[in-house]
Design a binder for this molecule. Structure first.
Ligand code: NDP
Length: 388
């Protein structure tokens, strides 16, 4: 049976992997909306191939290029943040939420409010507005299917027995600097930080993986998706990225989901759920792999993980603040303005200096997000000056 699908962040890493699976199962999907932010040429090429009803470019500066590229194609072209929200409200059977950062919050929330299935890759929206988004999903009866490989693994291992869970353990590859000293990490370059040992991903999440902030954001994401309480959420470093996460039950059974480090596996799981679909991913060859290693995370060298735990424990506006400051700091690091260790330093300073109010509405989340970005920009400027 053909189902309708919208892909938000279609030009990105998760978006492209999603469309690769659609390409291989073309008759199963009718595309409603494809979106990007500034890559008009990339979006136009995808739109010509997948024939969505609407192609939306987030940054209106690039609307002209998209209109020109899609002239005469019979595809509606729209631009701007409101157009992204309108596209999400079109309510496809499945919406892939794969915009990066808090920019994905409003469209993801609109898709959740439409009451269909949301395949959630955009973890930052859940981090910034987790309680509001889970409440909206309950109210609209939307199904949120986690796409992040760890949360998808947990989802697969849960089988409706959440009240019998003793512990949920998220695995972390440890990133490219797993064995590096803090002194060594002080001088790493953006190119080194985005070179993830196992996964091929967008720049922001690659840097987050290197600081372990990604695992911290994932802890917050897991806290909302799987309400077992913070004391039952754990992280273990597993450099092979083969075990994607584990659920331990009260009877001593631990269920784990294993797979190759290829995002098309969890994406396929979400697209086909509750069924399964074939993927072109190479199957696991455990004999070739030989061994699977596990080690405790180092909260000293990777303070981002500790900050995320503290943000969950404190609740309220802390996670949204942490997320916003991290986004600004990562962008500054990628631009060469601040150093790698300054990213977590910015987050620590922000958390030490202000106590954000608990957001009661999406409007509050956006206000807090804006304020935290201004605060982070000031810190970036100060840290940048200290470097020269
Ligand atoms: P990419 O940077 O590769 O792609 C981001 C996408 O979002 C692009 O389509 C980009 O458009 C669009 N975008 C960026 N900014 C905006 C904006 N302001 N408004 C509208 N659209 C915007 O990211 P990834 O695919 O790596 O990650 C996407 C999300 O999935 C993130 O939240 C990440 O944490 C999560 N995730 C990613 C994984 C991965 O393997 N990559 C794994 C698990 C989770 P344009 O191309 O025009 O800039």
């Amino acid at each position: 049976m053909t189902r309708t699908l919208s892909v938000f962040g279609a030009t990105g890493s998760v978006g492209q992997s999603t469309l690769d699976l659609v390409r291989r199962n073309r008759d199963d999907w009718d595309i409603v909306a494809l979106t990007a932010n500034s890559d008009a040429a990339g979006l136009a090429a995808l739109a010509k191939e997948f024939r969505p009803r609407v192609a939306v470019i987030g940054d209106p500066l690039h609307a002209g290029d998209l209109r020109k590229a899609l002239a005469g194609e019979g595809i509606l072209v729209a631009a701007g943040e409101d157009a992204l929200i309108d596209a999400a409200r079109m309510g496809a059977d499945v919406t892939m939420a794969a915009i990066v950062g808090c920019a994905g919050l409003a469209p993801t929330m609109a898709a959740v409010e439409a009451g269909k299935t949301v395949a959630l890759a955009n973890k930052e929206s859940l981090v910034a507005a987790g309680a509001l988004m889970m409440a909206a999903a309950k109210a609209s009866a939307a199904t949120i299917l986690p796409v992040d490989s760890e949360h998808n693994a947990i989802f697969q291992c849960l089988s409706g027995q959440i009240d019998r869970v003793a512990k949920i353990t998220l695995t972390a590859s440890g990133g490219p600097f797993r064995t590096w000293s803090a002194e060594h990490m002080r001088v790493v370059t953006p190119a080194q930080a985005v070179a993830h040992p196992n996964w091929s991903m967008g720049a922001k999440i690659s840097v987050d993986s290197a600081t372990l902030m990604n695992k911290g954001l994932e802890l917050i994401e897991a806290y909302h998706l799987f309400p077992v309480g913070l004391d039952r959420l754990d992280v273990i470093v597993h450099p092979q990225s083969t075990v994607h996460s584990m659920v331990e039950y009260v009877d001593g059974s631990t269920l784990a989901q294993l797979g190759p480090p290829d995002m098309r596996v969890p994406i396929a799981s979400a697209l086909a759920w509750p069924d399964r679909m074939a993927t072109p991913c190479a199957p696991l060859d455990l004999a070739k792999l030989g061994k699977l290693e596990f080690e405790a995370p180092d909260y000293e060298r990777f303070p981002a993980l500790r900050l995320a735990r503290e943000a969950i424990a404190e609740g309220g506006g802390r996670p949204a603040q942490l997320n916003a400051v991290n986004e600004i700091a990562v962008a500054a690091f990628l631009a060469g303005t601040i150093g790698f260790l300054d990213i977590a330093d910015c987050a620590q300073r922000a958390m030490d200096s202000t106590a954000p109010i608990a957001p009661q509405s999406l409007h509050d989340v956006f206000t807090l997000d804006r304020q935290s970005r201004v605060q982070a920009a000031d810190m970036v400027e100060m840290l940048a000056k200290a470097r020269v």
